[in-house]
Ligand binder design. Structure first.
Ligand code: AQP
Length: 346
C-alpha cells in the first residue's frame, strides 16, 4: 500500500522571520521527523508563488537556496529518503497542470478568495497581478500532482484547501478518478493535532501578524538580522500603559506577544513563561530578558546556518526533484489523457 503524502511549503519572497521559523518551519520539521515512517513528506520551496506580489528578482535565486539552507540549519534530516525538499519551478508539471485547472475554474470562485482581497488591497490595483488572483489554482496543482492527503493549513489558507478539494472533485466527476482529494480542514486539524493557529505579532503593531514582506521591517525580526538589530527591535517593541504584565492578547497585545516569543525561544509552555512574569510592572526589565534570549537564539542559529554545506543541500534538492518529477509527470499525463491532449492509454 502506498504511504499517504503530507505536503507543505514556505514562500521564498524575502528573508524568513521568527514568525515563519517558530510558526511554520520548526513545526514542519518536527512533523516530518515524526511522520516520515508512515508518510511521504514533501517540503517544497514555492518559488513560483514568491512573486505573486512584487519582489526584487535579482535576489530570488539566492533566497531560494538560502531557504533550503535554513531548513537544514533548523534540523531537517537531509539523509531521510521519505522526506523530500524541492523547488517548485524545477518540476514543470506545476505550471502545466495549473493552466489546465485554470480552464475549469470560475472567475467568481477566485474573486471570492479573502487572501486575494486582502493582498490586492495592500499592493493596490496597479500592482495586483493575474498571478495573485490565480495563485490558489497553482496551490491546488502543488497538492494534486503528488496525491497529497495532508496539508497543514492556517486560517488564511483554509479557503484554498477547500478550493483544491472542489476542483479535484469537479475534475474527478467529469473525467473519472484523476486526483486524490485531500482531507477536509477538520481532518487536517485532527491529523496534525496541535494548534496550527500560532501567530507571532509585529513588534511595532502587535495587532497585526509579523510578516516577512512588511515594508518597514521595524517590528519584524528576520533570521538574518544581526543580534544587535534584533535586540533594538525588542527593546522598542510597542507595549501599553497598564504597567502590569498579563497574558491578555485582547487588552495587552504587545506584552502578550513578547511573552509568546519568549516561551518559543526558551522552548517552554506558554503557561510556564507567563507564570514567571505575571503581575510584574517593570516592562524594561522584562524586555531585556526577551532581548537576551533573542540575541542568544540568533547567534546560535546563524552559526548553524554558516555550518551548512551547500554541496549536500544541492544534492538533496536534485535527488528530490528527480523523484518528484516522476510522480508529478505521471499525474499530469493522466490529466492530459483525460482532457484529450494525449492519446488515451492502451
Ligand atoms: N507571524 C507569524 N507567526 C506564525 N506563523 C507565521 N507564518 C507566517 N507568519 C507567521 C507561517 O509561515 C508560513 C509562511 O508561509 P508563506 O511564506 O507561504 O506565507 P505567509 O503566510 O503569507 O507568510 P508571511 O510571513 O506573512 O509572508 P508574506 O509577508 O510574504 O505574505 C505559513 O505557514 C504561515 O502560517
Amino acid at each position: 500500500m502506498t504511504k499517504p503524502t503530507i505536503l507543505t511549503g514556505i514562500r521564498a519572497n524575502s528573508d524568513l522571520t521568527i514568525g515563519n521559523y517558530f510558526g511554520a518551519m520548526l513545526p514542519m520539521i518536527d512533523m516530518a521527523k515524526s511522520r516520515s515512517d508512515e508518510c511521504q513528506v514533501n517540503l517544497f520551496i514555492p518559488d513560483l508563488h514568491s512573486f505573486t506580489t512584487p519582489i526584487d528578482h535579482t535576489k530570488l535565486y539566492e533566497q531560494i537556496i538560502h531557504n533550503a539552507r535554513v531548513f537544514a540549519a533548523a534540523g531537517l534530516p537531509l539523509d531521510n529518503d521519505n522526506i523530500h525538499i524541492y523547488r517548485q519551478s524545477y518540476i514543470t508539471a506545476h505550471s502545466e497542470l495549473t493552466w489546465i485547472l485554470d480552464c475549469f475554474t470560475g472567475f467568481g470562485e477566485m474573486g471570492r478568495m479573502t487572501q486575494f482581497k486582502d493582498k490586492s488591497s495592500s499592493v493596490g490595483d496597479d500592482r495586483t497581478s493575474v498571478g495573485l488572483f490565480n495563485y490558489p489554482v497553482l496551490m491546488a496543482a502543488d497538492i494534486l500532482l503528488y496525491n497529497a492527503s495532508y496539508v497543514p493549513v492556517g486560517d488564511d489558507q483554509t479557503q484554498h484547501l477547500e478550493f483544491t478539494r472542489d476542483i479535484a472533485e469537479r475534475m474527478n466527476a467529469r473525467f473519472g478518478e484523476l486526483f486524490t482529494v485531500p482531507e477536509s480542514v477538520p481532518k487536517q486539524h485532527e491529523f496534525f493535532g496541535k494548534d496550527q493557529g500560532l501567530r507571532i505579532k509585529d513588534l511595532a503593531n502587535p495587532n497585526k501578524k509579523m510578516s516577512k514582506s512588511d515594508d518597514s521591517g521595524k517590528g519584524v525580526i528576520f533570521l538574518g538580522d544581526t543580534p544587535g538589530e534584533a535586540v533594538k527591535k525588542i527593546m522598542s517593541a510597542t507595549t501599553d500603559d497598564k504597567a502590569e504584565i498579563h497574558f491578555d492578547p485582547a487588552n495587552q497585545p504587545g506584552i502578550s506577544n513578547l511573552l509568546q516569543i519568549l516561551a518559543l525561544l526558551r522552548g517552554q509552555q506558554l503557561e510556564e513563561t507567563t507564570g514567571e512574569f505575571e503581575g510584574e510592572s517593570r516592562y524594561g526589565d522584562f524586555k531585556k530578558v526577551v532581548a537576551d534570549e533573542v540575541e542568544r537564539f540568533l547567534t546560535d542559529f546563524q552559526a548553524q546556518l554558516t555550518a551548512t554545506d551547500d554541496a549536500v543541500i544541492l544534492k538533496k534538492l536534485g535527488t528530490s526533484e528527480q523523484a518528484m518529477n516522476e510522480i508529478a509527470n505521471e499525474t499530469l499525463l493522466r490529466v492530459q489523457r483525460a482532457v484529450g491532449l494525449r492519446p488515451k492509454a492502451e
